[in-house]
Design a protein around this ligand. Structure first.
Ligand SMILES: *Cc1c(COP(=O)(O)O)cnc(C)c1O
Length: 409
């Protein structure tokens, strides 16, 4: 039984060829922070954005040098005011919440659903206040959040919804790609995501105005708004969030591979779930019937009601047996020191303390009971997207779980 887990590597000859073509032109980035044709980047950037637009079936695809940058631009496009609230999930990478704080807005954490790990709709609605402007929904581990219900809430309360689909490119809900089901969404092209260009991100939206504002934020907006004829200047403080031609060439070669990579992950996950499904007290991944799942992380739970074992001990033993990429924790972003101490900009509590008022938002442990219970007791995961799993690897994983279950029983 092979214990060698090959690291996932999606880079092949197509990437080499396209990068070589770019290198030979001597033009590694054609972006100019000045109004004119080069404001929107060079030929590879344009080729990639056109291909992504067609692939995901959206009106606009905008590239960034990371999806963190893409998220910052997405929140910025909303014209949010300092002190406005944006509801976000605590089960995500810190970047989702930081993009909100970045515009001096206040992240408000709603709880997650215990089965999908995405935002719980009732908790989102309970957290909507006078100050709420938007919801940032995370398609965590590889499947879409319940965007049907999120969009219904958005309509009811006049909010916008941004989807962070960094971990869910290529998965679908109601037959449409995750990331394309809300006002704006997007994907990370960081090296450990399904497809990558080292670093990078792609924002997708059907809204032309959001797309254009995000392109402005990407490239020193304030210096070009005059040429662009932009009237609404709110949050058009610009950055250099530009992707290079080299990264665009890699991503352009990666994009056609996405659906094949996703279906491979789906087959691997299905095989694992069939093999592990019979183990008492083990909860295998749940996929919402409206969703397909791209399995960035293969998420498991120990049912602490039915078996007394600690997930940390299970993970430790599985790791000892030779399974890499096992983890007993995810994230509870609301418990990070920046939120516990409510200190972000400077030392006086801005943006929570603003113009003599103080935000009442609560970050204490207890506000997200599902997220906290999963983190402390039930959840553990396998980084399925980190490896090119062979049939032997899959069988080895199943046998190792069976062995550990026998040992613990
Ligand atoms: C990876 C990731 C990001 C950040 O993407 P980068 O391209 O690394 O900046 C944001 N949100 C989630 C959920 C992620 O997994």
């Amino acid at each position: 039984m092979s214990k060698v887990f090959q690291k996932y590597n999606a880079i092949g000859d197509e990437e080499l060829e396209n990068v070589l073509k770019v290198l030979k032109t001597g033009n590694l980035s054609q972006f100019l922070g000045e109004w004119g044709p080069d404001f929107y980047g060079g030929p590879m950037i344009k080729l990639l954005e056109e291909a992504a637009k067609i692939h995901f079936g959206v009106g606009n695809a905008v590239t960034f040098n990371s999806w963190t940058s893409g998220l910052i631009a997405a929140v910025g496009t909303l014209g949010i005011e300092p002190g406005d609230e944006v509801i976000v999930s605590p089960w995500t990478m810190s970047a989702s919440a930081m993009a909100i704080l970045h515009w001096n807005a206040i992240p408000v954490f709603a709880d997650i659903d215990s089965q999908t790990y995405c935002l719980d709709i009732a908790s989102v609605e309970a957290n909507i206040s006078e100050k709420t402007r938007a919801i940032m929904s995370i398609d965590i581990f590889g499947q879409s959040a319940n965007t049907d219900e999120l969009m219904r809430l958005a309509k009811k309360y006049g909010l916008r919804v941004i989807s962070d689909s960094a971990q869910a490119p290529g998965s679908k809900r109601n037959g449409k790609f995750s990331g394309t089901l809300t006002d704006m969404g997007g994907y990370s092209l960081n090296y450990h995501k399904h497809i990558h260009s080292g670093e990078g991100g792609i924002l997708v939206t059907d809204d032309d105005d959001f797309a254009e504002r995000s392109r402005l934020i990407r490239n020193h907006a304030e210096s070009v708004v005059e040429g662009a004829g932009t009237k609404n200047l709110s949050n058009l403080i610009g950055y250099n969030f530009r992707m290079t031609e080299i990264e665009a060439a890699v991503a352009y070669s990666q994009l056609p591979k996405l659906s094949g990579i996703v279906s491979k992950r789906q087959k691997q996950a299905t095989y694992l779930t069939q093999g592990l499904g019979g183990l008492p007290g083990l909860v295998t991944p749940f996929s919402d019937p409206k969703n397909t799942h791209s399995y960035y992380i293969y998420a498991l739970q120990i049912d602490s009601e039915s078996v007394p074992w600690k997930k940390e001990d299970i993970v430790k033993r599985l790791t000892e047996l030779g399974i890499p990429g096992m983890t007993s924790k995810y994230q509870n972003i609301h418990l990070l020191p920046i939120f516990q101490e409510k200190i972000a900009y400077g030392t006086t509590g801005f943006p929570w303390k603003l113009n003599g008022t103080e935000s009442k938002v609560d970050y204490r442990k207890g506000i997200c009971p599902n997220a906290e219970r999963l983190q402390d007791k039930d959840y553990f995961g396998f980084f399925i997207n980190g490896f090119d799993l062979s049939q032997e690897n899959l069988d080895f994983i199943i046998e190792s779980f069976e062995k550990v279950w026998q040992e613990f029983s």
